[in-house]
Design a protein around this ligand. Structure first.
Ligand code: SF4
Length: 420
């Protein structure tokens, strides 16, 4: 009986052991299944970025990815600082920024002319704006028709300017005293009121007139304006007066009169001066300085007068000024001698010197003296002043050795006071 009980107990224990083994097996199998299922879940989650989030220790690759993500944002700044061209080229955002900058520049250019523009933009704009204008001008010059070409219009403008410049001078004096003309001047028994007068001008003028009473100066008998043949026609006399004034430039009156005598003996008229041999003409006026050039002037003047002015001297200052050898002094004197028209002072070397010695002007050159003196001297005395003062310079107030001991105006002469 006891053996049977022991065998049953042993069988029960064996069954229990088998049961335990099966339980263990099942548990292990369950664990394995659990692990497999968990692994599957991880794999499926990893595709949905679940895995990196759960990983406590991120892999190197994940770190790089993070840093790259950051560099995508910060890289342009770093690369700009390094000025790396390759990095800039590899950067996707960089070219976009460049293009935006270029676009912004191009869009900003039309606003360059605004007042708030900065200098660099202005420089760029000025260069850009200059080039087209110069090319435009060149194109304009090339494309302008001859009728509108400024080169052709210039002579007209110049002529108008010359006409304005050579217009008859306006008398600045008045016969009535007023606020603009407060200074009286007595001339030929009449009173004229001037805008201004040099100190002691009345006393000096009266003294010169007193010294010129004898009329013993070369200009009184051989002046260029009195050498025409009175027996000739008025046209020929005007031509002779004009020629005598042209050849008198930089020549003493005695030599001018000698040359004029030669010309008149030959026959001084327009046709003869056109037909004469140029060398023969030069020899006739040899007593004058610069006779060869003056011979050409005479020939050309005769041709112009014949072709343009019906063989007469034009009654216009502007027209006479266009003739060869005719400056302002010659023209003003010619207008007076040929036509009796007082269009301006004819200042020669004597007048130029005496005007400055007496300080009627502080200018030494005659072209400036003309404007200054005509502004205050009564116009009526311009022609007379030429004859009176030229004669005074020929006889007393000479250039190199003025005869101050014979002069009546030493007390008011600046030159005398400075020299003695
Ligand atoms: S003082 Fe002598 S320099 Fe003076 S105006 Fe008379 S001459 Fe001429």
């Amino acid at each position: 009986m006891a053996d049977k009980r022991g065998a049953k107990e042993a069988q029960k224990n064996a069954e229990l052991d088998e049961f335990d083994l099966e339980v263990e097996k099942n548990e292990k199998a369950l664990k394995k299944q659990k692990k497999k299922s968990i692994a599957k879940i991880y794999e499926s989650d990893s595709s949905n970025d679940v895995k990196p989030q759960t990983s406590k220790k991120p892999s190197k690759r994940s770190k790089r990815t993070d840093s790259d993500d950051e560099s995508v944002i910060e890289a342009p700044k770093k690369k700009v600082a390094k000025k790396s061209k390759k990095a800039a080229d590899s950067d996707d955002e960089r070219p976009k920024k460049k293009t935006t900058k270029k676009r912004s520049k191009i869009e900003a250019e039309p606003d360059v002319e605004s007042e708030e523009d900065v200098k660099p933009k202005k420089k760029v704009a000025s260069k850009k704006s200059d080039e087209p204008t110069t090319s435009k001008k060149k194109n304009q010059k090339q494309s302008i028709p001859p009728s509108q070409n400024p080169k052709i219009q210039i002579p007209t403008k110049t002529k108008k300017l010359n006409e304005k410049k050579n217009a008859p001078a306006v008398d600045q004096s008045s016969e009535v005293k007023d606020s603009e003309h407060p200074f009286p001047f007595f001339y030929e028994g009449k009173t004229y009121y001037c805008k201004s007068l040099p100190p002691n001008f009345q006393q000096q003028w009266d003294g010169i007139c007193e010294m010129r009473k004898g009329k013993n100066a070369p200009v009184d008998s051989m002046g260029a304006g009195i050498l025409a043949d009175k027996n000739e026609s008025p046209e020929v006399q005007r031509f002779q007066n004009l020629i005598s004034i042209i050849i008198s430039a930089q020549t003493a009156d005695e030599r001018t009169a000698q040359a004029m005598g030669n010309l008149k003996n030959y026959g001084l008229n327009i046709q003869n001066m056109i037909d004469i041999d140029i060398d023969k003409l030069a020899s006739l006026i040899k007593p004058c300085n610069n006779n060869n050039n003056k011979a050409k002037y005479i020939r050309e003047t005769a041709q112009i007068l014949l072709e343009r002015y019906d063989g007469d001297v034009p009654r216009s200052k502007a027209d006479i000024m266009t003739l060869p050898g005719c400056g302002e002094k010659v023209t003003n004197l010619a207008m007076w001698c040929c036509w009796g028209e007082n269009v301006g002072l004819a200042i020669d070397t004597h007048m130029e010197r005496i005007f400055y010695r007496l300080r009627w002007t502080n200018e030494r050159k005659r072209d400036k003296q003309i404007k200054e003196i005509q502004a205050w001297m009564p116009k009526i005395m311009w022609p007379d002043s030429n004859t009176k003062i030229v004669g005074f310079g020929q006889t007393i107030c000479e250039s190199r050795s003025p005869k101050c001991t014979q002069c009546l105006i030493t007390s008011t002469c600046r030159y005398y006071q400075e020299q003695f």
